[in-house]
Design a protein around this ligand. Structure first.
Ligand code: ZN
Ligand code: FE
Length: 253
């Protein structure tokens, strides 16, 4: 059965995702119960598993409420087990499972937090990346180093380009304003900015997007491109060094 994926806007700019597949219904991140319960009710679905990407409150706050309502299981990163609500299963890279299109691979993608994980559904070609790889951006480095996040992004960038990227926040317009300062002449970026602006004016989410589109426009995935290196005055530097500089500029943008 092909996965049915619902984008659920929560809080002011978070996204949770409901995924229905052969194994039942799972939720990626639990920012706020109300909109998630409403979305489940509208579909007539129950909830089987909550899958947490990292320990920040805006991704986990509704976990216990949902567990009480649905009796669902909760899974999340082993490395953040002590900072998360009680986990039924703690997972890390290599803990794969699920059937059919719901088959899921865990990727360790530290940087934003040290234990941040992403959920990759290779058969369904979907990646739930929360605050690691984001539309036209990447998460802030609250706990990890630039080297860590760069490596995490490289890992996700190597997935099949048709993979759909579902990230954790609606930050795309702000990310776009920064991206155009790095690559003002990137035509794919200009086209994307127009699309994003129109979507936001219509109140539509700007996620998911294909990895191919991210590779063509997201400055954090383009640190090997001469125009990006030149924009931060680091021609010929390693993409890791360029990433660190682009990330630092975004922090003070
Ligand atoms: Zn976060
Ligand atoms: Fe977040």
């Amino acid at each position: 059965m092909p996965l049915e994926i619902l984008t659920v806007p929560c809080l002011s700019d978070n996204y949770a995702y409901l995924i229905r597949g052969d194994d039942g219904v799972c939720l990626v991140d639990a920012p706020e119960a109300g909109p998630i319960v409403d979305a489940l009710n509208a579909k007539g679905w129950s909830l089987d598993v909550v899958m947490l990407t990292h320990h920040h409150w805006d991704h986990v706050d509704a976990t216990e409420d949902l567990r009480r309502r649905y009796g669902c299981k909760v899974t999340g990163p082993k490395a953040e087990k002590d900072k998360l609500p009680p986990l039924d299963w703690s997972v890390s890279e290599g803990s794969n499972g699920g059937n059919g299109d719901a088959y899921t691979e865990i990727l360790d993608v530290p940087g934003h937090t040290l234990g941040h994980i992403a959920f990759h559904f290779p058969r369904a070609k979907a990646l739930f990346s929360a605050d690691s790889l984001m539309a036209l951006g990447c998460g802030r480095l609250f706990e990890g180093t630039p080297e860590m996040m760069h490596k995490s992004l490289q890992k996700m960038a190597a997935l099949p380009p048709e993979t759909m990227i579902y990230s954790g926040h609606e930050y795309t317009l702000g990310n776009a304003r920064f991206a155009v300062t790095i690559e003002p002449d990137n035509q794919a970026l200009q086209a994307r900015v127009a699309k994003i602006t129109a979507a936001r004016e219509a109140g539509q989410p700007t996620v998911p997007v294909t990895l191919a589109e991210e590779l063509a426009t997201n400055p954090f995935l383009r640190c090997h491109i001469p125009a990006v290196q030149a924009a931060v005055g680091l021609e010929g530097a390693s993409s890791e060094q360029v990433f660190a500089e682009v990330r630092a500029r975004k922090d003070s943008f």
